[in-house]
Every structure is written in C-alpha cells, then in structure tokens.
Design a binder for this molecule. Structure first.
Ligand code: NAD
Ligand code: TDX
Length: 331
C-alpha cells in the first residue's frame, strides 16, 4: 500500500512515518508545507525508495488531487498545532485545519480513497480536576481555543463527508504527545531545552493543569491499527492513562537534571487555559486489541531528555526566537 501522510515532516507525523517504515511494508509519500514546525531533517535516514517528500500545501487542490489519485490511503496529520500561536493569530488555523481538511476530503471523495483523520482530545473542552469522568467518543464537543475549535470544525467535516458522501474515513482524537522531534515551542521540549541551557522551567498559572501524556510511538501504533482494522465512520480515542499535572512533569524533569524540585518559575497563565484532559481508551483496547508500550512516563521523559541532549543542532537554531515570542507575553 502507498500511504499519503500529510504533515509527515512535523512532530507526530514524522514519528508515524518512521513507525510505518519499521513495522510494515507500506510506502509513504509525505505532503508537507514545511512551515516553521516542519523539518525535512525529521525524515533523514529513511529509505529513499520507500519514503518521498512533496513540499506543498494541503490547501492546493490540484496538488492534493494528484497525490491522492496516486495513493491507496491518506493519513491526515497536517495542521497548525499550537494553542498559544492560535491566540496570537488564528487565521492560519482556519485555513490549514478547516479549509485544508475540506480540500483533502474532496479529493478522497472523488478518487474513493481510504482516509484517516488525526485529531485531538481538546475538541471536548476540559474537565474539572476531581471529575471521575474521562472523555469518550460520545462526549459533546466544547472546544475552548481557536486551535481546538478549528480541529473540531475539521472533525465535523470528516463526519459529514462519511455520512453524506460515503467517504471511507475513520477519526482519532488523541491526548498530549511527547517524544523526539517535538517542536521546542511545546511544553515538555521547551522545559527540557531550558534546563539544558541552565534556565528555570516556566509553568503557566499555578502549574495545576492536567494533561494525559502519551508517547508519540504509542500514538503511531494506534493510528496504524485504526487504519488497518478500524470501523469506517468511527471515532477512536487514543490515550495511555498518563494523567499528570504540569507541575508534576516539571518535577520529574528537574529530578532528571539533578535540580531541586521547586527550581521553576510561575509565569502568566494562558488565556482560556483548559484545566484537565483525560481519555477513556477502552474502545481502542477492547475492540482493536491495542495496548500502549511506553507507559512509564519517567523512563519516556528520560529517553526524551537524552534525545534533545543528543540533537542540539536540530533545536538550537529555533530557541532564541521561541523564547523571545514567549517573553513578549510574560511567559
Ligand atoms: P506539528 O506542528 O509538529 O506538525 C505539523 C506539520 O504540518 C508540520 O510539518 C507543518 O509543516 C505541516 N503543515 C502545516 N500546515 C500545512 C499545510 N497547509 N500544508 C501542508 N503541511 C502543513 O504538529 P504535531 O504536534 O505533530 O501534530 C500533528 C497532528 O496531530 C495535528 O493534526 C494535531 O492537531 C494532532 N494532535 C497533536 C497532539 C499533540 O500533542 N501535539 C495531540 C493530538 C493530536
Ligand atoms: O511554557 C509552557 N508552560 C506551561 O505551563 C508551555 C509552552 C505550556 N505550559 C502548559 C500549557 C498546558 O497546560 O503545559 C501544558 C501543555 O502545553 P502545550 O505543550 O502547549 O500543549 P496543549 O496546549 O495541551 O496542546 C497539545 O496537546 C493537544 C498540543 O500542542 C496540541 O496540538 C494537541 O492537540
């Protein structure tokens, strides 16, 4: 099978491409615009005969039409992905996340191709810290930020194209990913690279917000399983029971760097900051037999710290600009 992976030069998409090459015999065509978040280095070392990169925009209907026609399936990761950026300028989020998904849906509809849409648990809004409930596939949509609203919009388009046009699509809504190749604007790599530089980690608000962390390798195995065995029209929630407050994550990182547990700064909170996300992954486990492999978050973070130490040339060029942007907002 030849899989078209949109956003395959970004964090989660490139980890998926590595996973597919390692675990299957499928070939991959990556369609990626190489925005600030995309990097061809993320695909370095992959066999040229099996992985090719097309630099282009998912909103370019003619390009998308050709690439979809030449593929057997599409796995759609491409997006503007950072909440803080969406608060500063929502417009590329509307364009890429909503219009881009529309362009892809029209192409898979025309050519009758299998489509998997990668989305986020943020479409469900947030939970109270002491709420025993977790998100399930029937939780009502209630997005908070321009980013999550744009992802919610894209999910609704996919469901409508399944129902109205019989498009052969599945959806997945995953919790917060961590692992190699994650852009240093995001929480965990920002703090790791701060610590490498001897700078104190920076927690928004009081650091009490909870995220349900999953290693990106487990996200990849879940998406592949859904692509191969998922029921058309279904939404699967992906998570690996990894709830931790932001403060707890920073405390683990400080320990890995032999620094005192309170060696961090509390900084300006994110406007509209979602309090807690939590995923009920029962359907994925029981119906598709999926199991996460990287459930020890301390070990996963230690591996991730090692990756950023070993790959300074990959992240260093972006560090000053990322920190300057945060400084402008007191973060
Ligand atoms: P990322 O920002 O690291 O990568 C996004 C990639 O998409 C980049 O390579 C970028 O160049 C590309 N891209 C952006 N606009 C494009 C366009 N118009 N045309 C073609 N390519 C374009 O994001 P990520 O964290 O890897 O997230 C990937 C997907 O997973 C997104 O759809 C996101 O919503 C979803 N997701 C992310 C998380 C998370 O924790 N990061 C969790 C759940 C779901
Ligand atoms: O410096 C920071 N300090 C801090 O406390 C940063 C950058 C973030 N935070 C907090 C905000 C969140 O509570 O850490 C938490 C995680 O922040 P992000 O890495 O920005 O992730 P989040 O907003 O939770 O969204 C992520 O998970 C869902 C991804 O970026 C999305 O693409 C995905 O859909």
């Amino acid at each position: 099978m030849r899989i078209l992976v949109t956003g395959g030069a970004g964090f989660i998409g490139s980890n998926f491409v590595h996973h597919v090459v390692r675990e299957t015999r499928h070939d991959v065509v990556v369609l990626d615009k190489l925005t600030y978040a995309g990097n061809r280095e993320n695909l370095a070392g992959l066999p040229e005969g099996r992985v090719t990169l097309e630099v282009g925009d998912i909103c370019d209907a003619a390009l998308v039409d050709r690439l979809v026609a030449e593929s057997d399936a599409v796995v759609h990761y491409a997006a503007e992905s950072h909440n803080d950026n969406s608060l500063n300028d929502p417009s590329p989020f509307i364009q890429t996340n909503i219009v881009g998904t529309f362009v892809l849906l029209e192409a898979v509809r025309k050519h009758g191709k299998r489509f998997h849409h990668v989305s986020t648990d943020e479409v469900y809004g947030d939970l109270e810290l002491d709420d025993p409930a977790k998100f399930t596939e029937t939780t009502p949509y209630n997005p908070s930020s321009p980013y999550s609203a744009s992802k919610a919009g894209s999910d609704h388009l996919v469901r409508a194209w399944v129902r109205s046009f019989g498009v052969q699509a599945t959806l997945s809504n995953c919790s917060n990913n961590y692992g190699p190749y994650q852009h240093i604007e995001k929480f965990i790599p920002r703090q790791i690279t701060n610590l490498i530089d001897g700078v104190r980690p920076r927690l928004y608000g009081q650091g009490v917000n909870v995220r349900d962390w999953i290693h990106t390798e487990d996200h990849s195995s879940a998406v592949l399983r859904i692509l191969e065995r998922g029921e058309i029209g279904r939404t699967y929630l992906i998570g690996s029971d990894g709830e931790r407050s932001n403060k707890e994550i920073v405390e683990i990182l400080l320990e890995l760097f032999d620094r005192p547990a309170d060696d961090y700064d509390l900084v300006a909170d994110r406007p509209g900051h979602d309090l807690r996300y939590a995923i009920d992954n029962t359907a994925l486990r029981t119906e598709l037999g999926w199991e996460p492999q990287f459930t020890d978050i301390r070990a996963g973070l230690a591996d991730t710290v090692r990756w950023y130490r070993d790959n300074e040339a990959w992240w260093r060029p972006a560090k000053d600009a990322v920190e300057a942007k945060y400084r402008a907002f007191g973060q």
